[in-house]
Design a binder for this molecule. Structure first.
Ligand code: FES
Length: 119
């Protein structure tokens, strides 16, 4: 599973406030990564946030059906384009056209109520 590295290792990029993500929900934010500007999926559980590239391993499309709106059910996230279903916890595709592949993890952390790129 690939993990993307932020563009600037000494300046952690703020992405959004923790309270802008519904608890148990998700949002999408733009971030500057080594490859340029990318959309990220941020998934929140309490004070924990996970980050993935908002790029489906099936056909490279965004997973949200409207900006920042994702199909979430239980512990899974489903791509709106062709229905690939991923574990929220590790990004593994457990059903659909790219079963066995992963969303690409982006390391994030929460500092003083702000979600930032890690490293
Ligand atoms: S692009 Fe996501 S399932 Fe096809």
């Amino acid at each position: 599973m690939d993990t993307f590295t932020p563009a600037q290792s000494t300046n952690r990029q703020a992405l959004c406030r923790l309270d802008e993500i519904p608890d148990g929900g998700a949002t999408a934010v733009d971030a500057r990564l080594l490859d340029g500007e990318e959309s990220l999926i941020l998934l929140r559980q309490g004070d924990e946030v996970r980050g993935y590239l908002n790029i489906c391993p099936h056909a490279g499309r965004r997973l949200d059906y409207a900006p920042g709106k994702f199909l979430l059910k239980g512990d899974t996230l489903t791509c709106c384009v062709h229905g690939a279903t991923f574990n929220q916890a590790d990004g593994l595709c457990i059903g659909g056209p790219c079963r066995g592949e992963h969303l690409r993890t982006v390391a994030v952390q929460v500092e003083a109520g702000v979600v930032k790129l890690a490293q």
